[in-house]
Design a protein. Sequence first.
Length: 250
Amino acid sequence: MTDLIKALARAPNNPTLILVGVADNILQLVRDHGSIHRNLVQIPMDRMTSDEIKDVISTRIRRLRMKITDDALWRVAYFSAGLPFYAHSLGKYAALRAVEVEKIQIDEGPVLSSLVDCIADVDYTIAESYTRATEKIYRKGNIFAQVLAACALTENNDLGQFTAAAVEGPLSEIMGEPYEVSAFSFHLNQMTNPERGSVLRKTGARRTFQYHFAEPAMQPFIIMKSLQDGVLRKEVFERFYVKRQKSFAI
């Protein structure tokens, strides 16, 4: 493909190619020619904002002649993490749950009860990677599921990256006792390996490592799955949910 692009770039009729793919940057999609970026323009597709997610839900709810509370909208926006698939899935199942009990207003109850249906809709590769990442091994301190849940709750930068130190707070809340990086650095590093589903990617140098989810759809799945399995207690989730809700409003 890179050879084709280079050849067409010299063509007199000035053709245009549109390449569509999922990667952190264009060089992960096309390789071999280091100068290929001169012939390409990157158009990143950012995640949807909280307001955009809320608009997706509210406009469709109005078409059904139903209503949805503000708190329920916040729930959907939080769980969706800017990804339209989760907004559509949660919105659909929450509406169906409300209809089942003969209500025309969707509150937080139907949204929370629709998590199990949304999880079932998630692509198999996401579910399989999560299973591999949290698979139990016979050693002391096997807390892969808890560490992954803490990573999903961790505040990250504009690139979706977070440090190991940032995981300390959420993990300590989940475990009910203080946890420092030294207690779970092994788990973070393991989850960057194929044996653990490669759910995390690590960049940077020693002591300045940054982590991010290899698949963006993994983060909301982890939160929903952790709530369903009891890895993440509702009171802990509520604490971080309120914090994240405030950040959405800024």
